[in-house]
Design a protein around this ligand. Structure first.
Ligand SMILES: [Zn+2]
Length: 322
């Protein structure tokens, strides 16, 4: 359940690394770089992540990381000439396609290092033949250079390079990384982190769970534990909107309190109705999984973590005070 927080912490660490790198390459103090990053973000109305802003600052200072190797978690949308080393943890069937009468192929593998993992997409026939011929396979450590980051994937053109590395990588992150996504781009089955507004609320619904295993119970009977004294749980349906699309969301249990509701307001429909209008227009980061709701035949966002929008700034302020 603390996945979202771990995520922000990871991003924070990776941001600090990036700032240190820029500071040492530019021969200026870290504080100076951080000020430039904050100024850049303010100028872009917070639309760019801290890492993204740091990349822009680096480019403006004439620093490039062309020859540098990046951790997979440091890859940022729009990067070109990115270099990584990682282990292939998954290969996908090669896809043939026909575009404007020309036959083409594309190969995909998932590559992981100790920071994250990413899909690596191969468009060059020579690169594809390495995967096809089994020269590059699951478990191999590979070195990728001159690749570009598009749609959260690392794309290789014929100017890029991919080859086996003699390095050893033991611990890799295999959990699918969460990516900030526009609601209009989301598909069922995907995990999602989005910054969105609450545009509609519905009354909470209540159900009972087993105090021992958390499973739903009916008439005080748990399928695992027999007769139990059930706990009351609530779920809240909302409609979220990020400006590109609106999406129905469901929030369970204690996560509802992250919206600023008290237990009383959640468990009393009367108290809730007094409060619900104040939820409209509230903005948060919502993290969770998107699935198909068979009943409504629509997509539904099951939220399992909520963060305040200014959480980065808060962490930053806390660190500055230490
Ligand atoms: Zn039980």
């Amino acid at each position: 359940m603390s996945g979202g927080f771990v995520l922000s912490k990871g991003i924070m660490d990776n941001y600090i690394q990036l700032v240190e790198r820029i500071a040492s390459a530019a021969h200026v103090e870290k504080d100076e770089i951080e000020r430039k990053v904050e100024a850049k973000r303010a100028k872009l109305s917070g639309l760019v992540s801290k890492e993204g802003a740091a990349q822009i600052v680096a480019a403006e200072l004439g620093i490039n990381f062309d020859k540098e190797r990046l951790k997979i978690s440091e890859l940022v949308q729009g990067m070109k000439r990115a270099n990584i080393v990682g282990k292939i943890i998954e290969t996908f069937p090669i896809i043939s396609f026909n575009k404007n009468g020309k036959e083409g192929k594309v190969a995909r593998v998932t590559v992981a290092d100790d920071s994250s993992n990413t899909k690596v997409v191969l468009w060059d026939t020579h690169h594809i033949s390495l995967v096809e011929g089994g020269e590059l396979k699951e478990g191999d450590v590979i070195e990728v250079s001159n690749a570009s980051v598009r749609n959260g994937e690392l794309h290789l053109s014929s100017f890029s390079d991919i080859k086996k590395s003699s390095e050893r990588i033991d611990a890799v992150v295999t959990k699918k990384p969460l990516m900030m996504k526009k609601l209009q781009d989301v598909k069922p089955g995907e995990s999602l982190k989005t910054r969105a507004l609450i545009v509609q609320t519905f009354d909470p619904r209540y159900f009972e769970v087993c105090p021992q295993c958390g499973k739903k119970v009916a008439e005080d009977q748990c399928i695992n534990h027999g007769k139990v004294k059930p706990l009351q749980r609530a779920l809240l349906n909302l409609v979220l909107d990020d400006g590109t699309e609106s999406l129905r969301a469901v929030i369970f249990g204690e996560h509802i309190y992250k919206l600023g509701l008290t237990q009383e307001e959640v468990f009393s429909l009367e108290r809730f109705s007094e409060k619900k209008h104040s939820l409209l227009g509230e903005e948060r980061f919502f993290v969770g999984n998107v699935r198909n709701n068979a009943l409504f035949n629509t997509m539904e966002f099951s939220v399992d973590h909520i963060e305040d929008v200014n959480v980065d700034l808060l962490i930053h302020e806390l660190e500055a005070k230490q």
